[in-house]
Each structure stands twice: as C-alpha cells, then as structure tokens.
Design a protein around this ligand. Structure first.
Ligand code: NAI
Length: 251
C-alpha cells in the first residue's frame, strides 16, 4: 500500500530564507516555517531595523539585513548559508512593494522600482544561489505573486505586471529546478490585512475585500500556511503551480 509520512516538524533540519520578513506576510511565514521545524533566516532591508531582529528572535532564527535589489544580494546569501549551514533548503521570495498610479501618471521610476523588487530580484536570487550550488536537493522555492498578477488591478499596472511575471518565472524555472530535485511554486494572495494594504484609502480597501470571492480580507497566516505546504517535503511532487489564497478575484 501507499507509504504515508508522519509530519511532526516536517521541516526539521531544513534551513529557510524568507525575504521581507520584518513584518506582514513575511513575518508570519517565518513564524510558520519555524513552527514546522526550520531554521529561518529572516531578511529585510537594513532600514527595517529593530522589526527584523524582533521577528528573528521570535522564531529563534537569524536576522540578515539584505536589500534584495543589491547587486551582491545573491552572493551575500550564498556566502551566509554555505558558511553557516552548508546550504539552503527553502527560499521564500516575499519582499515586495507597490508604487500605485493610474496609467497616465505611471512614470518610469515607479515602474522600474516595482519590477526591480518584485520580479528581477527573485529571479536573480534563485539564479545566483543555483549557480553557487547553495540550494540543496529536495528544496523548495516559493514566490509570492498576487491576485493582481492574475486579474489585474486599476492603478497597479507596474505591480500587476511584476506579479504576473513571477508566475512566468515559476513556469520557466519548474522544469529546470526539477532536474536538481527542487520545486518552485507561487502563492497569489487576494486582499490580506497588512501594513501594505492599511496604507490604501478606506473606500478602496473595502473594494479590495469585496473583490475576494470569500468577501473578506485574508490574514497573513492564510498565506503562510500555504507557503508551508509548498515547503513541506510532502508536496515534493508539486511544482510549477500558482495557488490563490483568499478566494479568486471577482474582477
Ligand atoms: P509589507 O509592506 O507589510 O511587507 C513587505 C516587507 O518587504 C517589508 O518589511 C519591507 O521592508 C520588505 N521589503 C521591501 N523592499 C525590500 C527589498 N528591496 N529588500 C528586502 N526587503 C524588502 O507587505 P505585505 O502585505 O506583507 O506583502 C508581502 C508580499 O505579499 C509582497 O510581495 C506583496 O506584494 C504580496 N502581496 C500582498 C498582498 C496584501 O494584500 N497585503 C496581496 C498580494 C500579494
């Protein structure tokens, strides 16, 4: 018959990197991966300061000040994990930004910064870690896309394009990483209650919540548990997928 695993602490002995871990969805992802037994390297921009060390302390992990767009980001992570842990098992590309404007006012600064953080950085990070042989067999890459990358959103052409691009990345990398025994998948959250969405005007926020088929804002833990599923060795036959979290967009 089938061999059914028992998954008490499924990530025991694994090392995970979570970008954008100082707060919001990233901080909760760090917490859930740590609960599942992983040692979590919490990365965020140096400006995140105390918040980053607080997350790292809370999860018993390591704080790594890291701007994912820095030229040496991949080299820095590779050096860190190879020196301290001999390699990395899980990468969660969660760091992300918005720079919203209606299309007529969408200047190239807003366009380039969003594409740089949300799309180019995750691609380069994975590429450089693979190149340096820092990603171990049996590993998992999980990218945080967005419902805006599937359905689009007014005022977010830059953001929607970056998050659609992340889905393209997952499709492109899945067969390549499969040869190394590594999976890559994306989560596409709907409207989740974080500092990012708290910055949106109240009326727009309500529209965001109603755009979910579940008709409510999601919680960071909803996204984190889905990431944990992709990180779990139990899903090692699941690659190249995108999972919506908090319903589909009704747009
Ligand atoms: P947040 O703004 O609360 O947290 C994002 C974190 O990323 C911050 O700590 C920030 O300092 C960090 N970050 C930004 N630029 C960085 C860089 N260059 N290098 C390293 N770290 C950097 O946002 P939230 O809501 O927690 O979002 C997390 C991810 O989920 C993002 O990729 C976002 O696009 C995505 N998402 C969020 C949704 C929501 O409704 N909140 C919906 C769909 C996707």
């Amino acid at each position: 018959g089938a061999k059914v695993g028992s998954w008490d602490k499924p990530l025991d002995g694994k090392v995970a990197l979570v970008t954008g871990a100082a707060r919001g969805i990233g901080a909760t992802i760090a917490e859930v991966l740590s609960r599942d037994g992983a040692h979590v390297i919490c990365a965020d921009i140096p400006a995140a300061g105390e918040a980053l060390s607080e997350t790292a302390n809370k999860v018993g992990g390591t704080a790594l000040p890291l701007d994912v767009t820095a030229d040496d980001a991949g080299a820095k992570v590779a050096e860190h994990v190879l020196e301290r842990h001999g390699g990395l098992d899980i990468i969660v590309n969660n760091a992300g930004i918005t720079r919203d404007k209606l299309l007529a006012n969408m200047d190239s600064g807003r366009w380039n910064s969003v594409i740089g953080v949300n799309l180019i950085a995750p691609q380069k990070l994975v590429d450089e870690l693979v190149e340096r042989d820092a990603l171990r067999k049996g590993g998992a890459v999980v990218d945080v896309s967005s419902i805006a990358g599937i359905a689009g959103n007014r005022g977010q052409t830059n953001y929607g394009a970056s998050k659609a691009g992340v889905i393209g990345l997952v499709n492109a990398y899945a067969p390549i990483l499969a040869k190394k025994g590594i999976t890559i998948n994306a989560v596409a959250p709907g409207f989740i209650e974080t500092a990012m969405t708290a910055a949106i005007p109240l009326a727009t926020r309500e529209v965001g919540r109603r755009m979910n088929s579940l008709q409510q804002g999601g919680q960071t833990v909803d996204v984190a548990e889905t990431v944990a599923y992709f990180a779990n060795p139990a899903s090692n036959a699941v690659t190249g997928n995108v999972v919506r979290v908090c319903g589909q967009s009704l747009l």
